[in-house]
Design a protein around this ligand. Sequence first.
Ligand SMILES: [Zn+2]
Length: 491
Amino acid sequence: MKSLALIFALCLSAFAQGSATHIRNVTIVDGTGKVGFLGDVTIVGNFIARIGKPNSVKARSGDTVIDGSGLVLAPGFIDIHNHSETGLLREGTAANQVSQGITTVIIGPDGGSPESIGEYFGKLEGKIGINVGAFIGHGTVRGIVMKEDYKRASTPEELIALEKLVDEAMKQGAFGLSSGLEYDMGFSATTEELIALSKVAAKHGGIYMTHMRDEEEGVLNAIRESIRIGKEAKIPVQISHIKMGNSSVWGKSAEAIAIVNEAKKAGQDVTADAYPYMAWASTITVLVPSRKHEDTAEVQKGINAIGGADKVLITSCREFPAYEGKTLEQAAAIAGKTPVETYIEIVKKGGAGVIGYGMTESDVKSFYQTPWIMVSSDGGIGSRHPRGTGTFPRVLGRFVRENKWLSLEEAVRKMSFAPAERLGLQDRGRIKKGTKADLVLFDGNTVVDNATFISPQLTSGGIKAVFVNGSKVWDGEKVTGSLSGSILRHR
Ligand SMILES: [Zn+2]
């Protein structure tokens, strides 16, 4: 009897303990900004069960031991601005997301989200290898209430309906309200409408996250509008993908940062995120916002605004394949025409996919060196911009290792603890005993993005393993098929 009791007790303790995964002798960068240190980390179930001295752990039979020598262990990256909303429905394992160390994506940015956050979560439950949270989109609720008639301010009756939809979404677990004021659906909204809806999100402890009205000539005023919304609605503000978007504002990142710092000094809670690229990807026609594509003066104005025809790289052009991989300036030389004439001809004959080098390195650098600006991708599953696959390794490989713009610890903080704090996620975003085991194991000497504007889907290098809620989802080369992701509901 005695031995049976002993066996029973052993079984019970093994059950309570579970089989463990030990990552040994690894440099732990815990997410808070604290200097990395060597140690062992043990995962049991979906939690971090132990953090100990290097090579101190005693593995039991059945445990998995990973030698972390020479590698870095960081909290899984939290992408606060992610466009995987529909991608997750077809590819729950989210290969290009977890392959860059992302363990949590927050969808519904730029004013566009699922119409029903609750239903969307229901479709994903148990079918995802990555954690997912959501914002409710201002443009989305406008579309529900105002239908096709959205190019105007909302009426008082419509505003009540909009408030109700935001309230419902917040009750279903949205982290806040997102807006996309440069897009048609959000463009006609008044600041007052945004304040009123932000008040509803604030009542539930949510935040206001915004793709602002203007990221070019009017960007500083757009920042002021965001701050005003935050102040009057008494809500924290997250400025999405902060940038100095064309030549008229190049070099003004310091002014943008100063405006936010002043608001922070006055007691407001304002933060931002930025993707680590100097270029956007879109169709060639976005260069001419007036949409007068055959008006030589307007086309010239558009080309000047981005800084010249050498700032536009043609990535796809069905009618003129010889232009692919060439700048608009080079294409014009091939055609024996001016860039303006070449633009007009391309648009007439079906257009082209382009990337526009709309930002300068020094502005991106100063944003990345600002403590309250975190890393986000603005990409997602199937993204045509390399940021969809390369964002996080790009920051680690190029901004940290090659350019030395910021320390590894600070970069990891911007990818984990900072967004976790912003979202109020208390059990994620740092390596600490008892937190959820969302982890990324990488080689700090080789981690780098491989995705380019021509081949945006190329997998990054140096990411050795990724764990979501304690289960390995990325083995260094491919997804494991584990669907251990959770739905994250704001409470
Ligand atoms: Zn956006």
